[in-house]
Design a protein around this ligand. Structure first.
Ligand SMILES: [Zn+2]
Length: 249
């Protein structure tokens, strides 16, 4: 064990004002979602002001409910300087905050969140941000314990003749098992759903997504986005607030 592993590191996904100019910050760490009070963080001149913003990775020490010292280790500046991209990734922070209690493997979750934010922060083509966010939402289903069954028929287990995705069944259905074809999504975009779910994060980058993007159009991306919204609503009762706001803009 190195000293590094003993340090508290986390990513701030939410904050709120608290009495006497303080703030409560909510941090995703190796141990899950943690909330701490940063004294005086709402005073502009306070040293506690700088590190309490959302989308900041910090290293910190705490005592009881209070954060005692902290330093910023990643500011995700490429995301923060672009308001469009920043707005798009708010859903990642919102989902991390709201859905963290459903997650059991926090170590994996923290690494996953950290990796995907790094990938987005290193973007070269802003057109691809939607695909990164989509990948986060699809892959998160696994960590939430409600992963869709995409490589075989959810009903009989056959791997042949998979004709489409059934929201009611939470996975692919084969020709034999699909009774109501109207209730099945069997378009091109289901393939994209499968690819994004199965692609390892270390393979995922702008070059890979550009190639992938060539086979799909905007409508496919919208359809898959809708399907994932429905999936989250059906299986977790989750409906994003930041997404609703985003859609209204
Ligand atoms: Zn079947």
């Amino acid at each position: 064990m190195t000293n590094n592993e003993d340090k508290n590191i986390g990513i701030i996904v939410k904050n709120m004002d608290y009495k006497d100019d303080s703030k409560i910050i909510f941090i995703i760490t190796n141990e899950g979602l943690i909330s701490l009070i940063a004294r005086g963080a709402n005073k502009l001149k306070s040293k506690n002001n700088a590190y309490t913003k959302i989308l900041t990775k910090i290293e910190y020490n705490s005592k009881g409910k209070f954060i005692t010292t902290a330093k910023i280790i990643h500011n995700y500046n490429n995301i923060k300087v672009n308001i469009d991209i920043y707005t798009k990734i708010l859903i990642i922070l919102e989902m991390s905050y709201v859905l963290a209690p459903h997650i059991t493997d926090y170590e994996l979750f923290f690494r996953f969140l950290s990796d995907i934010l790094d990938l987005i922060n290193n973007y070269k083509y802003s057109d691809l941000i939607n695909l990164y966010v989509l990948t986060f939402r699809i892959k998160l289903l696994y960590l939430l314990g409600v992963a869709p069954i995409l490589s075989k028929c959810v009903s009989c287990g056959r791997k042949e003749n998979l004709i489409g995705f059934s929201l009611d069944n939470g996975g692919m259905l084969c020709l034999n098992c699909a009774s109501d074809l109207n209730k099945i999504n069997h378009s091109n975009y289901i393939q994209l759903f499968r690819i994004l779910y199965l692609t390892k994060l270390d393979k995922l980058n702008d070059e890979y997504l550009i190639e992938l993007n060539k086979s799909y159009n905007e409508e496919d991306i919208e359809n898959i986005d809708k399907l994932i919204n429905s999936y989250y609503e059906s299986y977790l009762g989750f409906k994003s607030k930041s997404k609703e706001i985003l859609n209204k803009i």
